[in-house]
Design a protein around this ligand. Structure first.
Ligand code: ADP
Ligand code: MG
Length: 372
């Protein structure tokens, strides 16, 4: 893999860079977005090297529906271009169409140091189908390609995977730091190593449990993930959220001493489990306080409702206070921690959710493989 960090100046100086970022950011999160902040070092480095930058990104899941309304759609990247311009202190030219010839011309006549952001790539069918022609059309816009979108690198999309066939391709600074942190957690974690898993579904977390099982000292379970384990252990959960399809896959863990379940829970008025209870918070905090490495993904409860935030807040505070090396990830998890200003106490906040889980599960990621 070629890192932007070690690139020879002659390879990029004065050239046009296609920079893939993950700007999949809700409009009201733009102000404090770590995804935006973490994109800046790579952008500044390219600008120092007198590059023109064409930023590629997606937002949400329009499923390739390219209709006129997308200009006003919630899935447009226009608000991101304004927020980025503010952060960079320079103009970011937003291109809201996919007339590739016209775009190319506009880039060609622009001055050194120009920054462009293309509209949501997923308005094209070819993006999510990893289409060759679409990847080529994108590639023709630049001289080299940089992937700094760790959070979407577990997807075989045209601007992540196929595009590297056509251009010299490099791994950006943000992506490099994600890979470095996760490799150190996987290969030489300081023990005790604690994994904390919550959130809605367990299906995307089974891989990480399997891959970590032999390295980890304890796995603390919360959120909807705990509910599914309760059902697997024949504990009734009423109308609580449960990922029934995954039950056969977790049966082997239900009596495992390494896997720690909530000892009390909070119910809502429909008798659904919506948070871990206060005794569990104390128990989990004690375990966290003895850890040397903590990896956390997924909230302990339904954090959209302030009444059910206690478990997640308790866990976040314990990690933030502890001296352990801590890594957290997941859209909801990280934005909750940032909103509660607890991120200063976290060693590394990943911009990845699914990508973090896939990397830690040891799965091959298309966006990383294609850089090799
Ligand atoms: P992240 O985005 O941090 O990776 P997930 O997407 O896996 O996390 O899960 C976040 C969602 O999990 C939140 O919307 C939250 O409401 C939900 N959740 C957590 N615990 C429960 C629960 N007990 N019942 C229902 N939903 C839950
Ligand atoms: Mg999520």
């Amino acid at each position: 893999m070629k890192y932007l960090n070690s690139v020879k100046k002659t390879e990029i100086y004065g050239k046009t860079c296609l920079l893939r970022l993950d700007f999949n950011i809700q409009d009201n999160d733009l102000k404090n977005s770590i995804r935006l902040k973490r994109s800046i070092p790579t952008i500044l480095f390219l600008l120092e090297n007198k590059c023109k930058i064409v930023i590629l990104s997606h937002k949400g899941r329009p499923a390739g529906k390219l209709n006129i309304k997308y200009k006003k759609s919630k899935l447009s990247l226009k608000p991101v271009s304004l927020a980025l311009a503010k952060m960079l202190g320079q103009k970011v030219k937003f291109i809201e169409h996919f007339g590739f010839k016209k775009i190319k011309k506009e880039i060609d006549i622009s001055s050194t140091g120009s920054v462009f952001l293309l509209e949501n790539l997923r308005f094209n069918k070819g993006e999510e189908t990893n289409n060759q022609l679409f990847a080529r059309q994108l590639a023709l816009l630049g001289d080299f390609y940089v992937n700094d979108a760790f959070a979407v690198s577990h997807r075989a999309n045209a601007s992540i995977s196929k595009i590297t066939k056509y251009l010299p391709s490099y791994c950006g600074f943000e992506m490099e730091s994600e890979i470095e942190v996760f490799n150190s957690v996987l290969k030489k974690p300081k023990k005790p190593l604690i994994l904390i898993l919550g959130g809605a579904k367990i299906s995307d977390k089974i891989g990480i449990i399997e891959n970590f099982y032999n390295k980890v000292d304890s796995i603390l379970i919360g959120g909807g993930v705990a509910n599914t384990f309760f059902v697997a252990r024949n504990i009734p959960i009423g109308s609580s959220l449960c990922d029934k399809k995954s039950i056969p896959l977790i049966k082997k863990y239900i009596n495992d001493k390494k896997i720690i379940f909530p000892i009390d829970v909070i119910f809502d008025d429909k008798k659904a489990i919506v948070d871990i209870g206060s005794k569990t918070i104390v128990k989990y905090s004690q375990i966290i306080s003895k850890a040397k490495t903590v990896v956390w993904n997924g909230p302990m409860g339904v954090i959209e409702k302030p009444k059910y935030q206690s478990g997640t807040l308790g866990v976040a505070k314990s990690i933030s206070k502890s001296k352990a090396y801590s890594v957290i990830g997941g859209g909801e998890t990280t934005s909750f921690v940032v909103k509660n200003k607890l991120d200063d106490g976290i060693s590394f906040v990943s911009i990845g959710g699914g990508a973090m889980l896939d990397y830690l599960a040891g799965y091959k990621m298309p966006g990383i493989e294609s850089l090799k």
